[in-house]
Ligand binder design. Structure first.
Ligand code: NAP
Ligand code: ZN
Length: 341
């Protein structure tokens, strides 16, 4: 009889999560099977419900912040990986290795790219099969529960901050203190930036300071951009808040020649006065993803971990709802912990 596992599936576009029992998948020669220990819940998982993501088919198991232990590997995968190793699987779920982008080393733009939890099953499950060449080994100092969100949330903001062009002591603003933002404040401070947390209201001000912010600015009023200017203007801002109007409001808070990188997603339009773009020579860009290995090593070295709320797999629907309403402090993580031997 086939060994079974519990998983959360989206059965069809727009349908709610369903707790189901499925056979434990078997790895192909170049794949591995991991026993999932923890899987973070990210806004990107909402795409599994929308049904418009290219290559997405149903049913699908969401989840792309996965840490687990290797239990089985295909014959080719066994050259590089051993049972018992603790590994992570992020958003990037596979590439062909043969097309022109792959030959350039640009796996994210592979002609046959796979996305974990969207075009192949993800980590809202007790077991997961993944291609051996997308795995990252988890450093010893990173626990699975807190480590899982580093694979997307942490990785994304680390990569954006590293590419920011900001130098030690430069004024750097982090917009929105949620899953991504509360990691970004810690990382920015540890990269040596004068870090400003930009958050709605005063509720999270003390927390922002504890995370390392040198200044906290309330984005709820009208004066956030002028407060930034009075501190000298931000060399760089990282926007994690899904609000295009807020982006437009805060852009004038950049120093001349400054840059804002947007990692958040909203369906709105960003209106920028022409005079600001040219007159102040500012740059606005969007970015996604990054190299998981580097972010993990940095976070281990500096002792940076997310604050998480833990939920069992069966409570994924509630955890997801809370995440969508920005009510989680600050990343929801599903843990399968030991109850699926
Ligand atoms: N580019 C990528 O590769 C990538 C990867 C992962 C996630 N994302 C995107 O990044 C964004 C943030 O993800 P997250 O997990 O950090 O979300 P989150 O935990 O909900 O945090 C977002 C924060 O933004 C602020 N915010 C939320 N709604 C707002 C609104 N309407 N107006 C102003 N501020 C608002 C809130 O901060 P305050 O309460 O402090 O104001 C909130 O805590 C999402 O859009 C997600 O899709 C992108
Ligand atoms: Zn994500």
């Amino acid at each position: 009889m086939k060994k079974m596992m519990q998983a959360i599936e989206v059965p069809a576009p727009g349908a709610p999560f369903e707790l189901v029992s499925r056979p434990v998948p078997e790895p192909a020669t170049d794949e591995v099977l991991l026993r999932v220990e923890a899987c973070g819940i990210c806004h990107g998982d909402a795409l599994a419900m929308e049904g418009t993501y290219p290559g997405l088919t149903y049913p699908v198991i969401p989840g792309h912040e996965v840490i687990g232990t290797l239990v089985e590997m295909g014959s080719l995968a066994s050259f590089t990986w051993r049972p018992g190793q603790r590994v992570g699987v992020g958003w990037h779920g596979g590439h062909c290795g043969q097309c022109a982008p792959c030959r350039r080393g640009d796996f994210w733009h592979c002609d046959h790219v796979q996305t974990t939890g969207l075009t192949r099953n993800g980590g809202y499950a007790e077991y997961l099969v993944a291609p051996a060449n997308v795995l990252v080994e988890i450093p010893e100092g990173i626990p699975s529960r807190e480590g899982a969100p580093l694979l997307c949330a942490g990785n994304t903001v680390y990569a954006a901050l590293k590419k920011s062009g900001a130098k030690g002591g430069d004024l750097v603003g982090i917009i929105g203190l949620g899953g991504l933002g509360h990691l970004a404040v810690q990382i920015a401070k540890n990269l040596g930036f004068r870090t400003i947390a930009l958050t709605r209201g005063r509720e999270k001000a003390a927390l922002a300071k504890r995370l390392g912010a040198h200044h906290v600015i309330d984005t709820g009023g009208e004066s956030a951009a002028s407060e930034l200017k009075s501190l000298g203007g931000a060399r760089f801002m990282l926007c994690t808040a899904p609000n295009s109007r807020l982006i437009a409001e805060l852009l004038p808070g950049l120093d001349r020649g400054g840059k804002m990188t947007v990692v958040s997603f909203s369906r709105g339009m960003i209106e920028i006065p022409h005079a600001l773009l040219l007159g102040e020579a500012i740059t606005l860009e969007g970015t996604a993803g990054g190299r998981m290995e580097e972010a993990l090593r940095f976070c281990e070295m500096e002792g940076i971990l997310p604050m998480v709320e833990e939920f069992p797999l069966s409570e994924a629907p509630e955890a997801f709802r809370r995440m969508m309403e920005a009510r989680v402090h600050f990343r929801a993580v599903l843990t399968m912990g030991g109850d699926h031997e």
